[in-house]
Design a protein around this ligand. Structure first.
Ligand SMILES: Cc1cc2nc3c(=O)[nH]c(=O)nc-3n(C[C@H](O)[C@H](O)[C@H](O)COP(=O)(O)OP(=O)(O)OC[C@H]3O[C@@H](n4cnc5c(N)ncnc54)[C@H](O)[C@@H]3O)c2cc1C
Length: 385
């Protein structure tokens, strides 16, 4: 292993170069990229793939999710989305798996006049950033998706916002990581001091806060899965994101007939499914796409997004701990951000030089965060200097 980490020139062949804590999409993709580049990698997780990714919709939506005041995050989302075609190909080569990557694009719609006005404010902001959001006349909208309700007042196309199926992605990443030589250890990590490796990468989603003291909080999302009757594909092809009487929902069609309908965003840490949330999601979904009323409701579940105070991920060495890297806090964007997180963290591990893209997402932007028992924050002379 090369680079500027404390144990970089290790000659101990039994000690891993890299221990990854967490086998969600982020940890597994980092493990894959590192192992494929010759590092000895161990991944610790008592329940791989059981975090937020187990329920996630899999939208790759840097344009539709370009929100006011999140410019640097938008740049990272765009950079990661651009890597998805190659990432998918490489994963297919490594595993022979189809992960449900689809490129039909996303329709953004408003049910009522008020909904459309709200949507248009955001589109204007997104267009101001130069992002591809093309307003469509109602007739053009229905030409693209005849299944949309006649009541839908208007919409736009975000052609570069795509989708992948996280329930196919995570097992594929696990296979790729293992085939590249990474070892999976089926145990949780309670303290970072229990991990023996040259560098530890904390990619434990919501579990990252307890390990590092970083401000990662749980943000609950309730989400439904429906299935088109008769085993056929859903009657629409685009991802549809809509405002319906003030409710913001998305509908993600899969080739096998599944439709993912989500999701709530709640500042809570339980995973209870509530009748009220199911009712609101179904009402908004059926208002936008009436045929959903005939679909089977096959799953209602809640997951916990690893949120941060500024909604952006935390990427890089912990303050004063160049031997511990955070790759966490991906909140609503962990699927779309998987390729770039994995590539930039693997590059950092191998070269010791942080890509400039990482700079806005350093852990030390949150004052007072420290690893368990680690020294107080000071990045001087560390990797960011
Ligand atoms: C309802 C919902 C919808 C979503 N939709 C999308 C979407 O459309 N697009 C998108 O990009 N993102 C979406 N997300 C967000 C996305 O799921 C997360 O950002 C992503 O899963 C984060 O990946 P991760 O690997 O960091 O964490 P997780 O997927 O949460 O995985 C963390 C892993 O760490 C393990 N772990 C935890 N603590 C420890 C420990 N102490 N020791 C060892 N292992 C540990 C867990 O067992 C788990 O396997 C959605 C999330 C939710 C809840």
């Amino acid at each position: 292993m090369t680079g500027r980490f404390p144990s970089a020139p290790s000659i101990d062949r039994t000690r891993p170069d890299v221990a990854v804590v967490g086998a969600g999409p982020i940890g597994l993709a980092i493990a894959w990229r590192c192992a494929a580049r010759g590092l000895r990698v161990v991944v610790h997780d008592p329940a791989p793939g059981s975090g937020a990714s187990a329920v996630a919709a899999g939208m790759l939506a840097p344009v539709a999710e370009a929100y006011f005041g999140e410019r640097q995050l938008t740049e990272l989302l765009l950079a990661s989305a651009a890597r998805w075609p190659t990432f998918t190909e490489e994963l297919a080569e490594a595993t022979g798996t189809d992960i449900g990557y689809r490129t039909e694009g996303t329709l953004l719609v408003g049910l009522t006049g008020d909904d459309l006005a709200e949507a248009r404010r955001l589109w204007a902001y997104q267009q101001g950033l130069g992002l591809p959001v093309t307003p469509l006349r109602p007739s053009e909208l229905r030409d693209r998706e005849p299944a949309l309700a006649p009541r839908v007042r208007g919409g736009a196309l975000a052609p570069t916002d795509h989708q992948v199926d996280p329930r196919l992605l995570v097992p594929a990443l696990r296979t790729a990581a293992q085939r590249a030589g990474a070892a999976l250890v089926p145990h949780g990590v309670r303290h970072l001091s229990d991990v023996d490796a040259g560098v530890t990468v904390v990619a434990a989603g919501c579990g990252s806060a307890a390990l590092t003291g970083l401000p990662v909080r749980q943000v609950k999302g309730q989400i439904l899965r429906l299935r088109a009757p008769g085993g056929v594909a859903p009657g629409f092809r685009h991802v549809i994101r809509g405002y319906a009487d003030g409710e913001h929902v998305y509908l993600v069609p899969r080739a096998d007939g599944e439709v993912v309908l989500g999701a709530t965003v709640e500042e809570r840490s339980d995973t209870t499914v509530t009748a009220g949330a199911v009712q609101r999601l179904l009402r908004a979904g059926v208002d936008l796409l009436p045929e959903l009323a005939e679909y089977d409701l096959v799953e209602a579940v809640a997951g916990l997004r690893p949120g941060t105070p500024d909604n952006a991920p935390i990427l890089g060495p912990l303050p004063g701990r160049p031997d511990v890297l955070a790759a966490t806090g991906h909140h609503r964007h962990g699927i779309v951000l998987t390729p770039i997180t994995a590539d930039l963290i693997a590059d950092l591990l191998l070269t010791g030089v942080p890509d400039p893209l990482l700079a806005p997402f350093r852990p030390d932007r949150f004052a007072g965060a420290a690893a368990d028992g680690g020294p107080e924050p000071t990045m001087k002379g560390d990797l960011w200097s």
